[in-house]
Each structure stands twice: as structure tokens, then as C-alpha cells.
Design a protein around this ligand. Structure first.
Ligand code: NAG
Ligand code: NAG
Length: 199
């Protein structure tokens, strides 16, 4: 019995290692407390090297912390520095209001518009092979230059409403409709792509 128990513990440990964990980066409205409607965007990060803003990064989970490793070259060979983030902490140090958290599996919140680039088979399991995984809060009203906008969707399209006020109130002054992209070879030609709304 003891041996069996030890084996079970050992194999669950192995499984946890194989499944790994994901880092979720969420950006919120500046100055908010990182909750509810102030969510703007979420990005699920894989443990792969990606190049962005003249720097390469890898995000990983270690000792219950989120670790960002920065590199100066595109292939993540020349190490520059490491930044440690407390998970679930609403952090405004960089000027943006950001929250990192640790996901044991891919979970998508409700009321979001999701866009995914994935390297696996077309219409296959994007959750196992994604390269870019982003979602956008459908309840979020963004404002700039005296106008504001908000998104909604049906099962085939995304709607962007523009308002001539800062609160997304009243009737929109303009509505843009864009059919979801769902290409088996994306517009960039490298990955498959899928978009949908999770209501
Ligand atoms: C907040 O973010 C900064 C980088 O912008 C980082 O150095 C710091 O460790 C973070 N703080 C926590 C508690 O995660
Ligand atoms: C979604 O909205 C678009 C644009 O109004 C419309 O053409 C399409 O038929 C709608 N889809 C469904 C399933 O209602």
C-alpha cells in the first residue's frame, strides 16, 4: 500500500511537471485596483522566447513567483536581467497597471473577445500549441480625445461602437462590424488563427 501511495504521489508530481503552468499578464486601466471592468487585456504567455520592443523575454514560474528573463538578442541567448513578480499583485511601478498570475490550465474569463495564433493543426487544439493568446474585456469603455468606444459581438462578428462622450453612454455615433478571422493559414502566413467571444 505504501509503495502504491508513493508511486501515485510520484506520478502526480511528474504530471504536474509535464503540464507545467502558464503566466497570465493582465493590463488594467491606469490607477485602478486591478479588478472587474477596469480589465483591458489579458495575455497568456508560454515558456518560449519572444521578441518585442527591442528586447527578448521568457516568462516562467519558479518558487510560486513569476519570473521574467530579458535578453538583448532575438534568440534569448545573451542574458540581460531578471525581474521577479509577486503573483496577483496589482503593480503600477512601470507606469502601466499590470497584474501577473499563475494559471495551472488555460482558462478564459467570460465577456471577452479572444484572439489566438497557434502552430498546431488547423481547427485543432489551439490550447496546446498557441503562440499568441490574447483576450479583451467586452465591458471595458476606453476613451480618448473626447470620444469613447466599446466592443460587443455575436457568434460571427465583433462590433465596435464609438460614442461622442467619455462614458460610452447613449446611442453610438458609429458602429464598425468585423467578421471574426478564422484562417487556417493566418494573414501573416505563419500560424493558424482563431477568434471568438466567450460570453
Ligand atoms: C512590480 O513591477 C516591477 C517592474 O516594473 C518589479 O521590479 C517589481 O518586483 C514588481 N513588484 C511586485 C511586488 O511584484
Ligand atoms: C452577426 O452580425 C452580423 C452583422 O450585423 C450579421 O451579418 C450576422 O448575420 C450576425 N450573425 C448571427 C449568427 O446572427
Amino acid at each position: 500500500m505504501k509503495v502504491l501511495k508513493a508511486l501515485v504521489v510520484f506520478f502526480s508530481f511528474l504530471l504536474a511537471m509535464v503540464h507545467g503552468q502558464y503566466v497570465l499578464l493582465e493590463s488594467y486601466e491606469k490607477g485602478s485596483s486591478c479588478s472587474g471592468e477596469s480589465l483591458i487585456q489579458g495575455t497568456i504567455l508560454t515558456k518560449t522566447c519572444f521578441y518585442d520592443d527591442y528586447i527578448s523575454r521568457i516568462f516562467l514560474v519558479s518558487g510560486n513567483k513569476v519570473i521574467e528573463r530579458k535578453y538583448v538578442d532575438m534568440q534569448c541567448n545573451q542574458f540581460l536581467e531578471e525581474v521577479v513578480y509577486e503573483p496577483n499583485y496589482c503593480n503600477s511601478t512601470s507606469g502601466d497597471t499590470l497584474k501577473y498570475s499563475i494559471l495551472d490550465k488555460i482558462e478564459i474569463p467570460s465577456d471577452v473577445y479572444v484572439t489566438v495564433d497557434y502552430s498546431g493543426a488547423c481547427n485543432g487544439h489551439y490550447k496546446d500549441t498557441f503562440i499568441n493568446f490574447d483576450y479583451y474585456n467586452l465591458d471595458y469603455c476606453s476613451s480618448y480625445n473626447g470620444v469613447s468606444s466599446k466592443m460587443s459581438c455575436n457568434s460571427t462578428s465583433i462590433f465596435t461602437y464609438t460614442y461622442k462622450n467619455l462614458e460610452c453612454s447613449g446611442s453610438p455615433s458609429r458602429t464598425d462590424v468585423t467578421h471574426f478571422l478564422d484562417y487556417c493559414t493566418s494573414y501573416e502566413g505563419t500560424y493558424n488563427h482563431v477568434e471568438f467571444c466567450n460570453k
